[in-house]
Design a protein around this ligand. Structure first.
Ligand code: HEC
Ligand code: HEC
Length: 205
């Protein structure tokens, strides 16, 4: 009785162990194929131009589904990229890009990347007593304030979707309301890391 329980435990552990090993294998195989992708999706899958989405740290199942769907649309940009890849390759690529978060590579951080930008470029106006706070009600003094948005404009950040986050519109629009107000625009690198951070879930990390 005792023996068979132990045997079952050993088998269960063995199964877990081999699942992890095959996952690592997929990540490694995906890494070897990923150079086809980084030209557009950026170093470590962090996104290139505004039209190319971040892949790093996204859910693996989500990425596989997207890739399978693209592969069927042969005439699209991504369909053309994927023509030479088999279904197994797509799973490896998804495993690789998804793993970039777990390894810490490629994950944007609120504290390290976003807060300094806000501090230097926005806070002078968007904190108690500042011109921007007075006019729009928007405080950017903390993560909580940023995520709360404003009464008038609602949510500024939609976690997981830079395209639906009005914050991105405010820092990239071309008219006189572009933020920072009356000052030079944010640098491309700054805009890119904000996009990545939102796409990766806009976490308080
Ligand atoms: C020529 C540029 C280019 C290359 C090379 C490229 N992509 Fe893309 N990729 C795009 C563009 C543009 C989009 C957005 C298109 C869309 O959503 O219809 C995209 C979208 C995606 C998406 C959907 C992401 C999301 O969250 O919606 C995935 C996944 C993806 N690419 C993976 C890959 C992989 C894996 C490779 C390498 C095999 C690759 N891409 C190579 C340009 C490229
Ligand atoms: C020089 C002062 C100033 C700076 C610096 C500044 N803002 Fe503003 N901000 C304003 C003013 C003024 C308004 C109100 C504009 C209006 O509606 O007329 C505003 C409005 C906004 C709004 C609209 C809020 C709403 O829902 O109505 C957002 C979002 C915003 N700012 C974000 C930012 C970000 C992000 C930065 C830094 C990258 C920034 N601002 C830097 C002055 C500033």
């Amino acid at each position: 009785m005792k023996k068979s329980l132990l045997l079952m435990l050993a088998m269960a552990l063995g199964a877990v162990g081999s699942a992890t090993a095959s996952e690592e294998g997929a990540v490694q195989r995906g890494a070897a194929k990923a150079f086809y992708c980084t030209g557009c999706h950026g170093y470590n899958g962090m996104g290139g131009s505004t039209a190319v989405p971040v892949l790093a740290g996204k859910d693996k199942t989500y990425l596989v589904e997207k890739l399978m769907a693209f592969k069927k649309k042969k005439s699209s940009i991504m369909g053309l990229q994927l023509a030479k890849f088999k279904d197994g390759d797509l799973k490896d690529l998804a495993a690789y890009f998804s793993s970039l978060k777990a390894t810490g590579h490629g994950e944007a951080s609120f504290e390290r990347d976003i807060q300094p930008i806000i501090q230097w470029r926005c806070l002078s106006c968007h904190t108690a007593g500042g011109e921007g706070e007075a006019k729009s009600g928007l405080s950017l003094a903390s993560y909580a304030d940023l995520m709360e948005g404003t009464e008038q404009g609602g949510e500024l950040i939609v976690p997981g979707s830079a395209a639906n986050s009005s914050f991105m519109v405010m820092v990239t629009r071309k008219d006189h309301l572009r933020m920072p107000f009356g000052a030079p625009p944010l640098a491309d690198d700054e805009i890119r890391v904000i996009r990545s951070w939102i796409e990766q879930g806009a976490k308080n990390n």
